[in-house]
Design a protein around this ligand. Structure first.
Ligand code: PLP
Length: 434
């Protein structure tokens, strides 16, 4: 494998992509006049220019040039219902018929709150936000005030929202809280550092599986160590389940048998509308009780009727606990097939993850933290992305794969076949397994 050969393959992929997508390119250039990089959401940008997605139906997407794709990214996990579930559409229309922007407590928010609390038992009470980012900001704020402390433990490679991203240290756009960034999945270091800074620590914030870093499951002993250390020093354990709540009927933490003090939610739970929520122990959430608590929590759209209605319809009619379990099993089966394929082909490539979320990595051996991926050649992920587009599969340039309810078994087979043809077609460029 030579650097030049990978560069050449990528240049060819860019050229084919550019030739095939003139309407997307025109849209990109026109939009860039008013939006920097034509973009309002950094994750959606890739070179040479991103596709413009014109419409979606079921688990299918069409771009501005009319190409059809099977959707294997599903709005980075918010799109579990696909693009046109009648149950969601009807709920939103019904909510609109009752009038939007009601400026009051409404009839729809309480039943969604109850449903979520019943589904995720560690959440005794909750409040709604508009995004997972806000949910995490509010959970951290609650922890700071509840404990009267300032330090927040997070983990390298963690992503908790647009202003809460971490590499080895906080990202440039991360809010200037007093963060202590520790290595992920290192129970010993976590125990030692939490004990060392104990009286200063308000919260330990962690994803039970790191999503944005590449679907890296948290080891049960690591997550359990966080539970024990947080309790020992009087800090609150905050599980960010914005992505992972879909991975088991009652969320991933529940499956692992670890009870957090606070939990944050987002993505699909709002039925595909803007959504976030934070909740947990009633004594902590009481901070926000306007009758008795010291803290305000505002947000014009927190209880907007469309989200409240779509969320309820989605969780009761479509993504029930049983459906969540079934989708997770489907994902486990897919990941096993993909990993068997990589092993049979003898390439240093694997899919990590849990249930319906997984990520392709061009590396051998255990992936326990984002540091284990540091040496991976990012150009290979791009080559895979463009190969999948050619095969009619829309995924993510970072190799993230997300299953949704309307994806068929035939489409899943097509995805596996596309990985097979990628490996076959790029054999000379891919690292070999030992
Ligand atoms: N937390 C995790 C684990 C996420 O993956 C994300 C988004 O990808 C967020 C929080 C932020 O959610 P939102 O994009 O709704 O602000």
């Amino acid at each position: 494998m030579t650097h030049a050969a990978i560069d050449q393959a990528l240049a060819d992929a860019y050229r084919r992509f550019t030739d095939a997508n003139p309407a997307s390119q025109r849209q990109f250039e026109a939009q860039a006049r008013y939006m920097p990089g034509a973009n309002s959401r950094s994750v959606l940008f890739y070179a040479p220019f991103p596709l413009t997605i014109a419409r979606g139906e079921g688990a299918a997407l069409w771009d501005a040039d009319g190409h059809r794709y099977a959707d294997f990214i599903a709005e980075y996990t918010a799109g579990v219902y696909g693009h046109s579930a009648p149950e969601i559409r009807d709920a939103v229309i019904e909510a609109m018929q009752g009038g939007i922007n009601l400026t009051g407590h409404n009839l729809l928010e309480g039943r969604l709150a109850r449903l979520i609390c019943e589904r995720f038992p560690q959440i005794e009470q909750l409040r709604f936000t508009n995004s997972g980012t806000e949910a995490n900001l509010m959970a951290l704020t609650a922890a700071l005030h509840f404990t009267g402390r300032r330090k927040i433990v997070v983990f390298s490679g963690g992503y908790h929202g647009g202003v809460l991203g971490f590499g080895a240290k906080p990202s440039p756009t991360t809010v200037p809280f007093d963060f202590l960034v520790l290595p992920y999945n290192d129970a010993q270091s976590a125990r030692a550092q939490i004990e060392r800074h104990g009286p200063e620590i308000a919260a330990v914030l962690v994803e039970p599986m790191q999503g944005a870093s590449g679907c890296i499951p948290g080891q049960p002993d690591f997550l359990q160590a966080l539970r024990e250390s947080a309790t020992q020093v009087g800090a609150l354990l905050v599980f960010d389940e914005v992505m992972t709540s879909r991975l088991a009927p009652h969320g991933l933490a529940n499956k692992l048998g670890i009870r957090s003090d606070l939990t944050t939610l987002g993505k699909y739970i709002g039925g595909g509308m803007s959504f976030g929520a934070f909740g947990g122990r009633a004594d902590v959430m009481a901070l926000f009780d306007p009758r008795t608590g010291p803290l305000a929590h505002s947000g014009t759209f927190n209880n907007n009727v469309m989200t409240m209605a779509a969320g309820y319809a989605g969780l009761t009619k479509l993504f029930t606990p049983e459906a969540a379990g079934a989708l997770a099993e489907k994902g486990e089966a897919l990941r096993a097939r993909l990993n068997a394929l990589c092993a049979n082909e003898g390439v240093a490539m694997q899919f990590t993850g849990i249930g319906s979320l997984m990520n392709a990595h061009f590396v051998q051996g255990d992936v326990r933290s984002s540091e284990d991926l540091a040496a991976v050649d990012g150009r290979l992920r791009q080559l895979l992305f463009f190969h999948l587009l050619n095969e009619g599969i829309y995924s993510s340039p970072r190799g993230f794969v997300v299953l949704s309810l309307p994806l068929t078994d035939a489409e899943i087979d097509r995805y596996v076949a596309a990985i097979g043809s990628f490996i076959g077609g790029h054999a000379a460029l891919l690292p070999r397994a030992d």
